[in-house]
Write a protein of this length. Structure first.
Length: 347
């Protein structure tokens, strides 16, 4: 029989463990292991207990903008469905990358989410380096809504149509400024595509969000802007600015008098945006799937029907796998657009 010996000593003698004691120790150890296995098997998984505390939705733009407006009505509905508080946190800066970086480094436990625009598909090709990898560090959860953008001008501009504006800009190269919600955002890249297609030479003035941009446009600090229809709608209705063209293939139902860019002077030009939900990479797939289901139920609910009309966005129904493909395809497409248009990358 093999005996295990402790190296405790009494004088110079070793003390062997009796066989009976060793057998008892082995039986006790076996019982403890079995008990631990039972406890581990009985313990609920994170997915089974989720959610049981406050959920945080981080947005990349300031309070008062279009994404903020959507996030708040969405969070209110989601809170009702999930039975836990759902709060919205604004983390503007760096074209939306401050928020993206913060969420990518958050615990992947299902309590921190990112609501972002298709600007997140542009970031990999617009910046020389980023503190995070938007493709690898964030999981795609759901495409919530599709969006349109509208080209608007200050009321003092002597241009009644988009064709007029193109002619005026070409006659005054480098003298006009356009506002954008940061460098490297979806609206900035789309505007660069418009410039490339028309030959206009107008300069960017970046702002931290829709609200400060609109104030600058109305005040004449910039002469034009390409902004989400959501951000422009109330100002258009009030007559504070003029809308010359929308970027979508068809006219926006809530703005039927404003032509598309294809109608207004750029053949074949059509850009549709989206707002989607992301999670830190590594978030359990069960939680991602549950959040996707709840999110799409919320977006399609009667509670959000009128708010979505007011925000001039359309509900989407795109879950994790389909959204992942859409996102990765757009990353590749935008990279090609940036290259073809010779758009300089940012630091």
């Amino acid at each position: 029989m093999i005996q295990l010996r402790f190296k405790a000593r009494v004088g110079a003698a070793r003390l062997p463990i009796p066989s009976s004691l060793w057998s008892a120790l082995r039986r006790t150890l076996a019982c403890l292991c079995a008990l631990a296995a039972i406890v581990l098997c009985a313990a609920p998984s994170a997915a089974e207990t989720w959610p049981n505390k406050t959920i945080r939705i981080v947005i990349p733009f300031p309070v008062g903008g279009s994404v903020d407006g959507l996030a708040r009505v969405f969070a209110a509905r989601l809170q009702t469905q999930l039975g836990v508080p759902v709060i919205v946190e604004s983390r503007p800066g760096a074209g939306g990358n401050v928020a993206g970086n913060a969420v990518s480094k958050s615990p992947p436990d299902g309590y921190t989410w990112l609501m972002h625009t298709n600007g997140l598909a542009i970031a990999p090709s617009m910046y020389r380096s980023l503190p995070f990898d938007p493709v690898a560090d964030l999981a795609r959860v759901a495409e919530l809504v599709t969006t349109s953008s509208i080209f608007i001008v200050n009321n003092k501009m002597p241009t009644a149509t988009f064709r007029d504006f193109i002619a005026y800009a070409k006659a005054n190269p480098g003298k006009l400024n356009y506002g954008a919600t940061g460098v490297g955002t979806a609206t900035q890249l789309t505007m660069e595509m418009v410039k490339h297609a028309t030959g206009m030479d107008i300069q960017i003035v970046p702002f931290t969000g829709d609200a400060p941009l609109m104030s600058a446009l109305i005040g004449g600090e910039v002469q034009c802007a390409l902004v989400p229809s959501t951000a422009a709608k109330s100002h258009l209705d009030a007559g504070a600015v003029r809308g010359l063209a929308v970027t979508t293939e068809k006219r926006v139902p809530t703005m039927p008098d404003i032509p598309t860019m294809m109608e207004a002077g750029i053949p074949g030009f059509s850009v549709t945006g989206w707002i989607g939900l992301f999670a830190p990479s590594g978030t359990p797939r069960e939680i991602v799937d549950r959040m996707a289901r709840e999110s799409l139920i919320a977006i399609a609910s009667d509670d959000l029907a009128q708010p979505l009309v007011n925000l001039t966005v359309d509900a989407a129904d795109v879950g994790p796998d389909a959204f992942d493909k859409i996102y990765k395809d757009e990353v590749a497409s935008f990279r090609q657009v940036v290259k073809d248009a010779n758009i300089p990358t940012q630091d």
